[in-house]
Design a protein around this ligand. Sequence first.
Ligand SMILES: Nc1ncnc2c1ncn2[C@@H]1O[C@H](COP(=O)(O)OP(=O)(O)O)[C@@H](O)[C@H]1O
Ligand SMILES: [Mg+2]
Length: 332
Amino acid sequence: MKINLAQSVCINFNLGHLKHVSKINDGFSSDCYKFITDKSRYFVKIYPKDKLETVISTAKTELFFKKGNIPVLIRINNVEGNDHLVMGDKVFIVFPYIVIPKIKKWQKELYYEMGDFLGKMHGYSIKTSGENNLEIFKLRKTTLLPLRQMRLLLYKLHNKRITNRYSGLVISNLMTKIRYLKKILPEKFNLGGVALIHGDFHPGNLCIKDEKIKMIYDFDHSCRRSIYYELAKVIINTCFSGSFHDKNFIRTKYFLRGYQRHVNLKADTLRTAIKICHFGIFNSFWVEMKLVKKSVDKSLKVIIEKEKQTLDYFADPNNLNGFTERICNFLK
Ligand SMILES: Nc1ncnc2c1ncn2[C@@H]1O[C@H](COP(=O)(O)OP(=O)(O)O)[C@@H](O)[C@H]1O
Ligand SMILES: [Mg+2]
């Protein structure tokens, strides 16, 4: 990041005199920086200008959840009272910098805490939106474009227009996804509970201290979807995260205990949500895109390896049914 650009951000947001800038990460649609000034430390997120609408709408979502007493990390306003700054072809937003401790041990109590927190968010969101809003999920319609894009990516990889260390794994995952989705195209589902959701609820977007969630951030993927879809996504991606051992079913049991303090869950709803969510895993290919586009970092390698395990597991229909019933039994 150019130093004069960083200085302009400091002036515009009244952050004080800039002393040091360091890059935190390269996100998919944003880059994150740490600014140290003579006043304090700040977390600056930079988006391309075509993400302006998202940046504006996520600010509203952050305030919405804040109003429901959810501890959301809130942006700093600039000197003109705006929560973002457009400069050149970029959009800048600024947060106070917070220290996020690394979790040493993922104990079951922490899953209870996560379930409790997500349930609280969903309970509040559904209360303001009404419980009966339906999401209609048509597999054929949802998968048509991704299938075409995955085939194109596969074609490029096969023709060696793109090569890197992970091409083999990327090809194998894409082939599993295409093969699976082609088989089950005409399915259709209805799922209730459409409300505002975080959209990317996972430990990387939570500040956890002393086994309690102190703060939630990164609302870039927030949208109106079924809360049950988000619940299923967190179960599959966070409680299991690629490994389907007994230990992770116990974690899920605790997670659901926390969640059910706030949301009334029926087994049939959870069954449908898990099915839609498992399709979502076969249908998304952002990791593959990122792996072929950007320089590969270690965290991405871990994600694609875990994804492979999840795909292999769910490609067997017996596993999907067994998994779903075992989880639904925790509701009794
Ligand atoms: N306010 C903050 N202060 C310090 N670190 C932060 C802050 N917000 C986020 N982070 C760290 O930076 C990472 C990326 O930020 P995040 O907003 O989640 O962007 P991304 O869209 O790249 O996931 C987070 O996982 C977290 O570790
Ligand atoms: Mg994030």
